[in-house]
Each structure stands twice: as structure tokens, then as C-alpha cells.
Design a protein around this ligand. Structure first.
Ligand code: FES
Length: 124
């Protein structure tokens, strides 16, 4: 028992599994989230449908602005989209600069010098 080719003892196997899981978690879910980047400098008008749930891009890396396309996960940002349900059917302006104080809606912050001087694709 315990010779070459013998299976790992349960305690050793559990430890190896924990190390594997924790390194995987650290890689895909970093403790310090990345900063959001400026996707665009103007809002996008969309018609929201009452009762429908949407996922607004928080990280700014989605190619489907203003909505999430999973880039936050695949680029390992540690950020998550903002999920919200439309209360009524109406056209709204959704933020793409990611600096709004009223996410997911545009509040005009994109007109600020801070946003206008920033490069698209870079954090504020
Ligand atoms: S697009 Fe972000 S505040 Fe208007």
C-alpha cells in the first residue's frame, strides 16, 4: 500500500482538488475587478419592452452595446452586467460611457470633459 502507482490518499486528493478549484476561481473571478472602460461617448436609444429583462454592459467591453455579450467574463474582468426589468414599453437612452450615476440610463455625464477627453476602450 502507498507504493508507486498507488492511488492518492483521500486527503491528498481533496487538497489537490481544492488547489485546482481555487486557482481556477482566481483566474476567472479576480478579487480586484477591472475598471469599466468607455465603450462609446454617446448614449444608445433602445426600445425596452415591458416585462422583459435586460443585461446592461457594465464593463464597457461588449461588442453588443449597450447590452452584455459575455465579454466581462471571457476577459476576466471580475465585473458583472446590470440586470434590470423594463417596467413599461418605451424608448430610453442607455449609457455607453459607463460613467452615468443612474445606470443603466444616460444622465448626461458623457458630455463631461472627463469622458470626452478619455479614449474609447480605456478606463476613466
Ligand atoms: S452615455 Fe454615459 S452618461 Fe450618457
Amino acid at each position: 500500500m502507498g507504493g508507486v502507482g498507488a492511488p492518492l490518499r483521500p486527503a491528498a486528493r481533496t487538497l489537490n482538488q481544492r488547489r485546482g478549484i481555487s486557482s481556477w476561481l482566481a483566474r476567472w473571478f479576480p478579487k480586484t475587478p477591472a475598471k469599466s472602460v468607455v465603450a462609446l461617448k454617446t448614449p444608445i436609444k433602445v426600445e425596452l419592452v415591458a416585462g422583459k429583462t435586460y443585461r446592461w454592459c457594465v464593463c464597457g467591453r461588449s461588442k453588443q452595446q449597450p447590452f452584455c455579450d459575455g465579454s466581462h467574463f471571457f476577459q476576466r474582468t471580475g465585473l458583472s452586467p446590470l440586470k434590470f426589468k423594463a417596467q413599461e414599453t418605451r424608448v430610453v437612452a442607455l449609457c455607453t460611457c459607463k460613467a452615468t450615476q443612474k445606470p443603466p440610463y444616460c444622465d448626461g455625464t458623457h458630455r463631461s470633459e472627463r469622458v470626452q477627453k478619455a479614449d474609447v476602450g480605456s478606463p476613466l
